[in-house]
Design a protein around this ligand. Structure first.
Ligand SMILES: Nc1nc2c(ncn2[C@@H]2O[C@H](COP(=O)(O)OP(=O)(O)O)[C@@H](O)[C@H]2O)c(=O)[nH]1
Ligand SMILES: [Mg+2]
Length: 294
């Protein structure tokens, strides 16, 4: 029996993303990481299987929320990432178990939360991939469905960027996808370079029940190409469970014109989602990437 992979919840504000992007991408090869903005983390119920550690990159966090994490068994380690400390401090008296310097939490976390021996032996390749497309086509839902294998209709609109770490197996090989899913059109400009940097593959997502989202693909296609040249791109028609405005034939002819594979998915029925993520991982392994770390 091998110990399960260590799971980490990273609570981070979108504005701080640039600071943690490097940590996130290197840590993804060692731990299974779920990132959430503070606001969303506060709104989530405590899961039945809590993560092994919760890293919070925020100075002010409601104590009640921290307390609620002390109830589940086994109890996760509560770790604050703070710009105010320069070395790791064990802090068992306060609300936190540890306070780590925000600048470089990676090696301290390695000491506090060693990966299982299985993880040490095999270095899992990490690839950054992008989900692009209009708001509400279901980019965030695709990633969360893949991770949780269940549709969560309560999710609100993404306002900055969501980063999901998705473990995928392609032809017997494990890959870790760092999936960047951009939302909030107005705030996107500030994050654009960070968003595109080092991506190995991308998926253009549209909503099969919304013709406008299909027409808007051209803009996203041009933007992907101008930032990333010829990385592999997939085309995805999501919401296959709803009445269509775009036929499979029409989507396939666009895919042919662009030379991309085409997938249809639904985050309600789950159809096509796993297949899409496997293809995305395979494409990312073919694409060159600077995101390969660890
Ligand atoms: N019927 C249906 N609704 C979906 C599907 N995927 C997402 N949605 C809904 O579409 C809305 C937008 O989804 P979201 O993932 O936030 O889109 P994003 O802005 O592209 O990240 C939400 O209300 C989802 O519940 C799907 O496959 N079928
Ligand atoms: Mg979203």
């Amino acid at each position: 029996m091998t110990a399960p992979r260590r799971r980490v919840l990273l609570v981070i504000e979108t504005a701080d993303l640039a600071r943690y992007a490097g940590f996130l991408e290197s840590a993804a090869s060692r731990w299974e990481i779920l990132t959430l903005p503070l606001r969303e983390a506060l709104a989530q119920p405590i899961p039945e299987e809590p993560p092994d550690a919760i890293l919070v990159a925020a100075e002010e966090v409601p104590e009640g929320w921290l307390e609620s994490w002390k109830r589940p068994e086994p109890r996760p380690l509560l770790i604050q990432l703070s710009a105010r400390v320069s070395a790791a401090c064990k802090a068992p008296e306060g609300p936190w178990d540890w306070v780590l310097p925000a600048a470089s939490p990676g090696s301290d976390l390695e000491a506090i939360l060693p990966a299982s021996s299985e993880d040490r032996r095999s270095t899992i390749p990490v690839r950054k991939v992008l989900l692009v497309g209009e708001a509400t086509v279901g980019k965030t839902s695709l990633a969360t469905f893949y991770l949780q294998r269940a549709f969560d209709p309560r999710r609100r609109m993404t306002i900055g960027v969501d980063i999901h770490i998705c473990p995928v197996e392609v032809e017997g090989m494990a890959v870790r996808l760092v999936v960047w899913d951009v939302g909030g059109q107005r705030r996107f400009a500030a994050l654009r370079d960070l968003f595109y940097r080092g991506a190995a593959a991308g998926a253009l997502v549209f909503d099969l029940s919304n013709r406008l989202s299909f027409y808007q693909l051209l803009r996203w296609w041009q933007e992907l190409r101008s930032h990333l040249g010829s990385i592999p791109v997939l085309l995805v028609g999501n919401k296959a469970d709803l009445p269509r405005e775009i036929s499979r034939l029409e989507a396939e002819s666009l895919a042919r014109a662009w030379g991309t594979p085409y997938f249809e998915t639904s985050c309600v029925t789950g159809v096509g989602v796993l297949e899409f993520f496997r293809a995305l991982a395979a494409a990312a392994l073919q694409g060159t990437s600077r995101a390969e770390l660890g």
